[in-house]
Design a protein around this ligand. Structure first.
Ligand code: ADP
Ligand code: MG
Length: 265
């Protein structure tokens, strides 16, 4: 069964695009046919993060009726399918947000997961993805203005008939994550489905236009994203670096044991 998630927040800059791109890449890495659509037709940046900023056909052209959907689907990291939005103001003006529904109904025939990177705010193009998704994931930072915005977006989602799955708290001080998660659940009244720490590797990865889960898979932010993706698929989260370390430990112990035996001989 296909699942459609809209990644929303209220205000910009909380990490929606970072979460969309990396969660999408991670789901693809875990073997799921995953599409990522940049519905932020006013301030597109999925394309920028993935190095798809110069592609000929974007969601703008599709929503303007100039091109068909297939011409605007690009293959990203780990086989993630990406539908970038354009960045020109003119393209934005010609795009018809009402057509998003048609595009969505075509895409969901093809995938396991569709993630929609939603625009901030309550314009028409912002509200449609909140209502159209099976579930909305709110990306919130541990600061008052972001929490207030997330709360507004939660209410807005419910007003338009959508459903909030939970929140991802992003840019959290790793030492305080448990306390913050508890507080967030209390204040927002929704489940915290993931906690992503503040991690300088996020910026480093986006500077080279590569998702952090590909560029720095062992970073603390990547591990947090892998945990969220594993939970979404319903598989157990495995930390490969810990596994590798315990394998190394085992090999070390094994060879030491061998050596001991040899010298004892
Ligand atoms: P939005 O799409 O909500 O506007 P972005 O995903 O573009 O937000 O993120 C805004 C900025 O915050 C970017 O510069 C990004 O690199 C940075 N950022 C996002 N998440 C983290 C994190 N966990 N640690 C450090 N920086 C982050
Ligand atoms: Mg964004």
């Amino acid at each position: 069964m296909v699942k459609v998630y809209t990644i929303a927040s209220g205000k910009g800059g909380t990490g929606k695009t970072t979460v969309s791109v990396n969660l999408g890449t991670m789901l693809a890495k875990l073997g799921k046919e995953t599409y990522l659509m940049d519905a932020d037709i006013g301030m597109a940046n999925v394309g920028l993060i993935l190095g798809l900023q110069d592609v000929p056909v974007t969601l703008h052209e599709i929503l303007a009726g100039k091109n068909n959907i297939d011409e605007g689907i690009y293959t990203g990291p780990a086989g993630l399918k990406v539908i970038p939005s354009g960045i020109s103001l003119q393209g934005f003006q010609q795009a018809d947000p009402d057509k998003i529904r048609d595009v969505l109904s075509e895409i969901i025939k093809r995938c396991d997961f569709l993630l929609i990177d939603a625009p901030a705010g309550i314009s028409k193009d912002g509200v449609v993805p909140l209502a159209a998704a099976d579930e909305v994931i709110l990306v919130v930072n541990p600061e008052l203005s972001s929490i207030v915005d997330a709360l507004k977006t939660k209410i807005l989602t419910e007003v338009v008939g959508g459903r909030v799955l939970g929140t991802i708290v992003n840019r959290v001080d790793p030492d305080k994550s448990e306390v913050i998660a508890k507080k967030m659940e209390k204040v927002l009244g929704v489940k915290v489905i993931g906690i992503i720490p503040e991690d300088a590797n996020v910026r480093r990865a986006s500077a080279v236009r590569t998702p952090i889960v590909i560029k720095f898979p062992d970073s603390i932010a990547s591990k947090a994203i892998k945990k969220i993706a594993s939970d979404m698929i319903g598989v157990a989260y495995t930390d490969e670096t810990t596994q590798a370390k315990s394998r190394e430990g085992f090999i070390e112990r094994f060879s030491k044991a061998l050596f001991k035996k040899k010298s004892e001989k």
